[in-house]
Design a protein around this ligand. Sequence first.
Ligand SMILES: [Zn+2]
Length: 369
Amino acid sequence: MIQTIKRSLISAFRNLPGKSVGKKIVVIECDDWGSRGVPSIAAYQKLKAAGLPMDSSRYAHFDTLASAQDLEALFDVLSKYKDVDGNPAIVSPFFNTANPDFEKIKANGFTKYVAEPVVDTIKKYAQGDVLTRWKQGNEAKVWSPEYHGREHLATAMWLNALQSGDEKVRTAFDYHFASYSPPGTPKAALNFRPNFYVESTDDMLSVKADMENGIALFYEAFGFYPTVFNAPNGVFIDGFDQYLLGKGIQFNAVPRQRLDRGTDGQYRYRTFRTGQKSANGMTCYVRNCNFEPTERSYAGINHILSQIQGAFICGKAAIIGTHRVNFVGGIDEKNRSQGLKELDQLLFQILKRWPDTLFMSSKDFTKLL
Ligand SMILES: [Zn+2]
């Protein structure tokens, strides 16, 4: 009990800065949709046998494309819970809109990176009619996609590693797994996951072009443009928000601290508060709650309930950050059922403790900023 009160107070203190909305709003932002992750159980087993650290994190073990069944199961849980206005709980999935085109990159002998649009990835590799489920989720108001960068991959660094002939990077490539980086990779670029980690200024132009192209691919996939951007792994590039603004994205969902590349090429932490505008006019808001029910350290919903309470005490919306890896069962169905069981409990407890809670998409929430 004392622990819970202490946690709520700490959370309230951290929520003091920034713009208040004066209503109890819950926004669930879930990252990593569209990216291939671990292609299959067979790939996971082969790569593990080849000595790759496939059990080093739940991303290397369980994260994979969502199937139609995964989406149905998620939507079922969300639609069970309605707020005072009758709106269901809603997830805003943050999408990567391209993956490496492994066949084409192999054919060109690793000389050039080639992107595969997310719709092609889904058609080729996802189980069941995922594209129809996306539409149904939108119509049922339980699903409202946003943008997470084109790839969840530092493409230039990855291509360099492939060109260098690193044996494990090549083995991973053979099984269409891109999230492995050899020893010596900077910590901030671990497993080549941050799309906006660049080592050379020469790569800046292509990263900018890819980011803009990713927004066009988003439109192709969904028929509308994203409202909010969130940078993969909390790593971004100073000033690049002007190009997002140029493409109509006016909001960034951010961690309290994001690692931004400065003009000197160094990455440094930048602190944010909700409602803050960047020098270029980008409005930022902070994700102030975390929900990672399939993380090893996860110890039940009390922690996040304290975070939500802390936000509400300060008149802030509860912006919950979470990841696809919690809700997919393609590698192990138990992973999905564990994540959904906790989500179910969380939504139940939110409405029980705060019956006047409003569920909102990221898009609707930004209208209040
Ligand atoms: Zn991510």
